[in-house]
Design a binder for this molecule. Structure first.
Ligand code: FAD
Length: 521
């Protein structure tokens, strides 16, 4: 029987198989030649003490012990070319994993995506970064793989159901992600690796007889007698089916407007909003690892911080170690930030959304928009940022300490945000209560993370697409919309997920419900 071991070792030992085997032979008091194989089951970093350690859960197989390498394989996907059709709107993680699950359950997905495939999308990302041109259908949020494609690809979630999370992680590995994501406590994939995985998922869907339509924007949902009949696309084509998974993400404002206009029930939903802070990665390393130089065996340090200020949570969101701040607007006339990292996280800067939780009452000035009040609040801040930074994709920016002292920065150094920055006193952008919370909050952050509140840190505004400003309500059990039969609001845009993994899990859940219903018909 293999031996299970829980160890705490120095980073250089965890990073080197020979050193690890030597260490184990000393611990187990056996010759190193007796060790046949070691598998890492879990790996995490313990940075609480001065000398950072790596926690490892290992299985050690000695010579002669039976050892079977565990192979992660794709499920047995069926050919569904002639099976019952289900429309899936949106090819983000929710839509793609819904499509895979439909196939596994013998149904044919028709995936409809407004954006381009992952490769075609790249040209539009270049255009927004270099030429300040925002394509409303193809950008950092829209296109194959959804908002998660050109991201850090962090794969952690608050979901309590480990089984569901592992299933998604294993599927990602089967589609080409590194098996490290199965063992790391905070797994991530990286922008350079995600597109190929997404492309392989799409190719599998098509190989199994599913359909994937790019550059096809849904402009109407056809509903008769409170039942879905199909959708209309931007060129007037009608695609018919009476089951529809609506997984259009948190930035599909036209879909929220369409539902509101059609009097399909939607609700305003609180979300969080703030800025994206960028620090030198070496500074974050020195704070988190209590060192001057992190060395070659520790990854660029992440951070996670939360404070209560005036009764509201202010917290780090979607932190990207060794990453880049991206222009994530989905329409001309607005500025939006978020962040991405390559798989090695080897850029010199660390960025993170720093956001404050909003309440429904904050949207009162936009009450005339009803369920869209939060979305209009969000839009107004993005548009003001665009105005103040010079009506391009340049972003309003301010040094952190200057912000806490309400003083516009006399200069802004070059940051990772490629379209560029304009020095703006960020207090002009946000409502007074929000500015006040952020000013106080950053000072509090500086007390917990010594060195964080520095003028070397540059704030970029706004970080506004943290989660959906709208909920599309559904029945907790059937997952169908509360009024419309056959409509399955799904993923982050509907308000039922936050992040890649939870969106993928929700996509699978909606597909499973549809299969259940169809089986009993
Ligand atoms: P989305 O991914 O938003 O997908 C919705 C899809 O629907 C889009 O492709 C869109 O084009 C399509 N669509 C919209 N309207 C229509 C229409 N009318 N017709 C047809 N198609 C339509 N999360 C993490 O967990 N880890 C991270 O590291 C991370 N980093 C991020 C970095 C960036 C830059 C961004 C923008 C987001 C990041 N996120 C991250 C968030 C994550 O991407 C989302 O939570 C996740 O993608 C939500 O999945 P979804 O499928 O619900 O929606």
């Amino acid at each position: 029987m293999p031996q299970e071991l829980l160890l705490q070792v120095a980073p250089e030992i965890a990073a080197n198989e020979t050193l690890l085997h030597d260490y184990l032979s000393r611990q187990l008091k056996i010759s190193v030649n007796e060790i046949q194989y070691v598998t890492i089951v879990k790996r995490s970093i313990d940075a609480r003490q001065k000398a950072v350690k790596i926690n490892l859960k290992l299985m050690v197989y000695l010579k002669g012990e039976p050892f079977l390498e565990q192979k992660i394989e794709l499920p047995d996907y069926k050919n569904v070319e002639n099976a019952q059709e289900v429309i899936v709107v949106g090819a983000g993680p929710a839509g793609l994993f819904a499509a895979l699950q439909l196939i596994e359950l013998g149904l044919k997905p028709i995936v409809i995506e407004r954006g381009k495939d992952v490769r075609g999308r790249r040209r539009d990302l270049k255009a927004i970064n270099r030429d300040h041109i925002v394509n409303e259908d193809s950008n950092y949020c829209f296109g194959e793989g959804g908002a998660g494609t050109y991201s850090d690809g962090k794969l952690y979630t608050r979901s309590k159901k480990r089984g569901d999370v592992n299933r998604i992680l294993e599927l990602l590995v089967a589609f080409g992600a590194t098996p490290d994501i199965l063992v790391d406590a905070h797994p991530h994939i990286g922008t350079n690796k995600l597109p190929q995985i997404i492309q392989d998922i799409r190719e599998k869907i098509i190989e199994c007889g599913g359909q994937v339509l790019f550059e096809t924007r849904v402009t109407d949902i056809i509903i008769k007698n409170n039942e879905v009949q199909g959708v209309t696309t931007q060129n007037g084509a009608v695609i018919s089916a009476n089951k529809l998974i609506l997984a259009t993400g948190h930035s599909a404002r036209d879909i929220f407007e369409l539902l509101d206009k059609k009097k399909v029930l939607i609700e305003a939903k609180p979300f969080a909003l703030g800025v994206r802070a960028e620090h030198p990665q070496s500074l974050i390393d020195s704070i988190q690892y209590s060192c001057d130089y992190r060395g070659e065996h520790l990854p660029p340090a992440p951070y996670s911080i939360v404070k209560q200020v005036n009764g509201r949570g202010m917290y780090s969101f979607c932190m990207c170690p060794g990453g880049v701040i991206a222009p994530c607007a989905t329409s001309p006339g607005e500025v939006v930030t978020n962040g991405w990292s390559p798989s090695k996280r080897d850029q010199h800067t660390a960025n993170s959304g720093i956001v404050v939780e909003l309440k429904l009452e904050d949207f009162k000035p936009f009450a005339k928009f009803g369920a869209l009040a939060g979305m209009e609040f969000q839009k107004s801040i993005e548009q003001k940022s665009w105005q103040l930074a010079g009506q391009t994709q340049k972003v309003p920016a301010q040094r952190l300490v200057d912000f806490t002292q309400s003083k516009a920065s006399s200069d802004i150094p070059k940051t990772s945000y490629v379209p560029g920055t304009t020095s703006v006193e960020l207090g002009q952008i946000f409502p007074g209560f929000l500015t006040q919370i952020m000013r106080q909050g950053f000072s509090e952050f500086g007390k917990s993370m010594k060195g964080y509140a520095t003028n070397e840190a540059i704030l970029h505004a706004p970080e506004s697409r943290t989660s959906s400003p709208v909920r599309i309500p559904r029945d907790n059990y059937t997952l169908e919309h509360l009024q419309i039969k056959g409509l399955y609001p799904c993923g982050e845009g509907a308000g039922y997920a936050g992040g890649i993994i939870s969106a993928a899990i929700d996509g699978e859940k909606c597909a499973q419900k549809i299969a259940e219903v169809l089986k009993t018909m």
